[in-house]
Design a protein around this ligand. Structure first.
Ligand code: MN
Length: 423
């Protein structure tokens, strides 16, 4: 077992109940406070712990960390040190926060300098994302969308159970939770209209996704196998992959999504390591038909992570509209990475890979408004008496996720974003 995952560990830092950031989590993020520049941190309870302060004080010596690695504006250099180094840092932080360890606990001056209240800091984009890929790996989601557009008999395309289908997305518009954005404008064409028109998107939707981030590069031309994939995957965030359904419908033939998807995608600020999620791995569904040899895998890499989506209308209470789970995937992350690289495509440090919308089998577990409202035919009631078919101006969409087992909780916090009117 990875030392930091020990369920018996307890921290001397007081943890609120149902806290996502337990001592078994130790995620990584980038924060900013007052007039100081960006620094790397971990989260424990409702505190942010400045890793650059710990390094300056010598508490992270002997772990192979270059000077200043935690005063960078992203985690890329740290992730690029490799999984062995990142794992030893996570283990060391767990030691320092463990109740019996006095090194940090009894150093009042350092504690005053290194700990921040989570509410008092600004969380920044944790990584620089050179490339963004979005998969389409939830069978229920693919089935739902296919059923709406082609009927249940032809819902899944003939390739779907043979290929982890994906497309190359836009990296520049991936932003951290809380970043304001405006309703996109674009071309749409109603079925009965003769010509397209231009204006604000009318069918703005969220997509409930998880994304993983790679911390290792493969040389151009060298595939990564399913059994090697773990070594490349640093960690995970929650991803709201916003979609403009009306723009998508008109533009996607024949090359797929473009402006309907690249206006903004929001991520949660804390990267939860793949190591921390290891205790929550579960088996995926049996894959039938049998996949090609390069997509076969030895160990399960599905994750039991509970996910929820809330919509908060302007000035009103939040209504939970979906309860899903990351385990509702057909293709796992090993298969996605093996497929992505099987032609020799090279991955880079910081690259992000969306799961695709995660829809569970029940209607209440669907991961987009397109499915929840079934193309707008079933409006979703809000607590304030209004209803939603898609997302309105002023709405804040909030996604949360956590894993829980044997009394240990490892969570992601939240990713939230408010939709401002079109510019
Ligand atoms: Mn997506």
């Amino acid at each position: 077992m990875i030392k930091a995952n020990d369920p018996n560990r307890k921290s001397w830092v007081g943890l609120p109940s149902d806290c996502d950031f337990s001592i078994q989590n130790i995620p990584f993020g980038i924060f900013k406070s007052n007039n100081d520049g960006p620094r790397a941190a971990t989260a424990i309870g409702n505190k942010v712990l400045d890793l650059s302060a710990l390094q300056e004080e010598g508490l992270l010596d002997g772990l192979g960390l270059p000077t200043g690695v935690f005063t960078k504006s992203t985690l890329n250099e740290f992730m690029g040190l490799g999984k062995a180094v990142c794992r030893s840092v996570r283990d060391r932080l767990s030691d320092l926060l463990e109740e019996g360890n006095a090194e940090l606990r009894d150093n009042e001056a350092l504690k005053a300098r290194a700990f921040y209240d989570m509410r008092e800091v600004e969380m920044l984009m944790p990584v620089n994302v050179p490339n963004y890929t979005d998969f389409y790996s939830s069978e229920q989601h693919a089935f739902n969308v296919g059923t709406m557009f082609r009927g249940p008999e032809n819902a899944l395309m003939p390739n779907w159970k043979h290929i982890p289908v994906g497309y190359h997305g836009r990296a520049s518009s991936i932003v951290v939770s809380g970043t304001p954005f405006h309703r996109p404008k674009g071309q749409t064409k109603a079925d009965d209209a003769e010509a397209p028109s231009f204006g604000p998107c009318r069918l703005l939707d969220f997509e409930l996704e998880m994304a993983y981030i790679t911390g290792k590069e493969n040389p151009l031309g060298d595939p990564v196998s399913t059994n090697e994939a773990d070594d490349y995957i640093f960690g995970f965030v929650i991803l709201n992959d916003w979609s403009a359904r009306d723009i998508q419908k008109w533009e996607y033939v024949p090359l797929g999504p473009f402006l309907a998807k690249n206006f903004a995608s929001h991520v949660s600020p804390w990267v939860v390591t793949m190591d921390a999620l290891e205790p929550f791995m579960v088996d995926g569904p049996e894959q039938d038909p049998e996949v090609l040899p390069y997509l076969k895998y030895d160990e399960a890499t599905h994750f039991d992570v509970k996910l929820e989506v809330g919509i908060q209308p302007d000035g009103s209470d939040e209504t939970t509209v979906s309860n899903s789970n990351f385990k509702h995937m057909y293709w796992n992350v090993r298969q996605q990475l093996a497929h992505h690289t099987v032609n020799g495509c090279n991955m880079q440090v910081g690259d992000m890979y969306g799961s695709g919308t995660i829809s569970g089998p029940e209607e209440s577990a669907y991961g987009s408004m397109l499915e929840l409202s079934w193309r707008g035919t079933k409006p979703i009631p809000m607590k304030d008496g209004s209803e939603r078919k898609f997302i309105q101006d002023g709405d804040t969409v909030i996604m949360r996720g956590h894993a829980e087992k044997n009394g240990v909780r490892v969570g992601f916090g939240e990713v939230k974003a408010k939709v401002l009117p079109a510019k």
